[in-house]
Design a protein around this ligand. Structure first.
Ligand SMILES: C[S@@+](CC[C@H](N)C(=O)[O-])C[C@H]1O[C@@H](n2cnc3c(N)ncnc32)[C@H](O)[C@@H]1O
Length: 485
């Protein structure tokens, strides 16, 4: 990065009591220059570029990522808008993209995935900024993209071939003589370890974007900050008390998992070996117990909550609490039954198939309850799926039962202020309220608010809605209380 731009960036960060340092093992790292309290915004940034996650089954507006009242761009037939306001606000960037996509044969347009579009937009934005059609600012400029890590030299041949094919398609769309294939491939590699999935307030992915300032923040499996999105703006908030001169970290991956699982996914996508405080416990008794609970089997005695470790004589798995042996054969048989049923389970069942899918997932759950520890991740995932499907078909009582089973598992596998726990309490509160359990609803909504105010702040529309629901539930609970006396 140019020295003057680097100085501008350092000033911008200094004004926000932040600074960038280079750490030998991690590269650029973001540090605090003052204390931050839980819930305080550390950094926010609009995307340099972003696109919605459009698929063959679901489309989103290019401007606001909403899914209703969409109309296709009549020229390129690739991009969708919810109305003229979003279309107008996106036009400067879409104008050149539209021309490029229109040139592409219709048959080939189905290969224009969100990642391909993100790359096309990256070059179009760079050109528009070079031509001064779009302004360049300290935090919105291509030099920040140039400074992102790419790990090009570490990429294997298979991945490189894929990037080369994708770069060819981008080149075909753009037809910019000055851009070479290697540079595009390198930018794909940058996307892989720097682009962020843009999620709504309930942490459901809506699109992808490049936020080069946020990309300075390194990963930890027990992070002190959290990244959320307010529409398309990335907002990083402190999760804990962060003291002056500390490194700010967020989590790049799903942190509910054994150290081996987390390290594998970090190595695969981000090409580094994590040595955070949690990972440095690898192999220690607590870490072994954690892995055996999250990914291992349950005790043969249904009443025992112990975790199992492989028996040194290879006969099976031994409970570390009651020392009961669970035979290899029994585990193998259950695992094979589970595999047979799981293969039949649809990942996203259509509306008509939902009832059958619910029954199938309940069978999976029964088998998992017999096989896995009660806090295991596979069992938690099945219950999450069941909860979602039951909500979709409006079977509220059963949905609430699943919600209540999931909350304690989340509390076991995530840190206390993790937004997923808050969101689960929010769902539980809404279900309890709907089913007339107003007192319980108030208690769940309070828990949701207390957690989500840290990750989501208190002034966003989502949090205002939660606050309003809580107040209404409180009023109803006191009315019910009065009516009783
Ligand atoms: C989004 S970037 C973070 C900023 C990066 N350090 C830089 O210099 O631009 C992600 C990359 O940073 C490095 N990184 C992030 N977290 C790390 C960690 N905990 N330990 C080692 N390297 C890390 C890895 O190279 C990873 O692919």
């Amino acid at each position: 990065m140019e020295a003057s731009l680097m100085a501008d960036l350092q000033r911008f960060l200094q004004d926000r009591c932040l600074g960038v340092s280079n750490l030998p093992q991690k590269g650029r790292s973001l540090f605090t220059a003052r204390d931050f309290r839980p819930g305080e915004v550390i950094l926010s940034q609009k995307p340099y570029i972003c696109v919605p996650n459009n698929t063959s089954s679901e489309s989103r507006c290019d401007g606001c990522f909403k899914t209703n009242n969409l109309k296709k761009c009549s020229a390129c037939q690739v991009v969708w808008y919810c109305g003229s306001s979003c279309q107008k606000s996106e036009w400067k960037l879409h104008r050149d993209e539209c021309k490029a996509l229109t040139r592409l044969e219709k048959e080939k347009r189905k290969f224009v995935t969100p990642t391909i579009r993100l790359m096309v937009r990256l070059y179009i934005k760079r050109n528009l900024q070079n031509e001064k059609v779009l302004p360049i600012t300290t935090t919105d400029n291509y030099s920040l993209v140039e400074a992102l890590v790419s790990h090009m030299s570490e990429i294997d041949e298979k991945q490189m071939l894929l990037y080369a094919q994708m770069a060819n398609l981008v080149n075909l769309i753009l037809q910019f003589p000055s851009v070479d294939l290697r540079e595009i491939a390198e930018n794909f590699s940058k996307f892989s370890c720097n682009a962020h999935s843009i999620c709504d307030s309930e942490l459901r992915p809506q699109g992808i974007g490049l936020f080069p300032l946020v990309s300075i923040i390194n990963h930890s499996c027990s992070p002190n900050a959290v990244l959320v999105f307010e529409e398309q703006m990335a907002v990083v908030r402190a999760m804990d008390n962060i003291s002056k001169d500390s490194e700010i970290t967020i989590s790049y991956i799903e942190t509910a998992g054994s150290t081996l699982t987390r390290q594998k996914s970090l190595k695969e996508q981000y090409l580094f070996h994590c040595q955070c405080a949690r990972c440095s416990n690898f192999g220690k008794p607590h870490d072994i117990e954690e892995s055996a609970i999250l990914e291992g089997y349950r005790c043969a005695n249904e009443k025992c909550t112990g975790f199992l470790l492989r028996d040194p004589e290879e006969k099976g798995f031994v409970c570390q609490k009651c020392l009961l042996l669970r035979s290899k054969e029994e585990v193998k048989k259950l695992a094979s039954d589970l595999k047979t049923v799981s293969e039949k389970a649809p990942t996203s069942p259509s509306a008509e198939d939902k009832q059958a899918a619910i029954e199938l997932y309940k069978t999976i759950e029964k088998l998992q309850v017999k096989l896995y520890h009660s806090f295991s991740i596979p069992l938690m995932r099945t219950r999450e799926k069941l909860l979602k499907m039951l909500m979709d078909v409006e079977i509220w009582r059963e949905a609430l039962n699943y919600c209540r089973l999931i909350v304690p598992v989340y509390q076991r596998v995530y840190p206390a202020t993790h937004p997923l726990i808050g969101l689960q309490f929010y769902t539980q509160g809404k279900l309890e309220w709907l089913l007339g359990e107003t007192k319980e609803a108030v208690s769940s909504l309070i828990k949701a608010f207390d957690i989500l105010r840290i990750s989501h702040g208190i002034s966003t529309p989502f949090m205002k809605e939660l606050s309003a629901k809580l107040e209404e539930a409180r009023a109803e609970a006191s009315y019910k209380q009065l009516a009783l006396h």
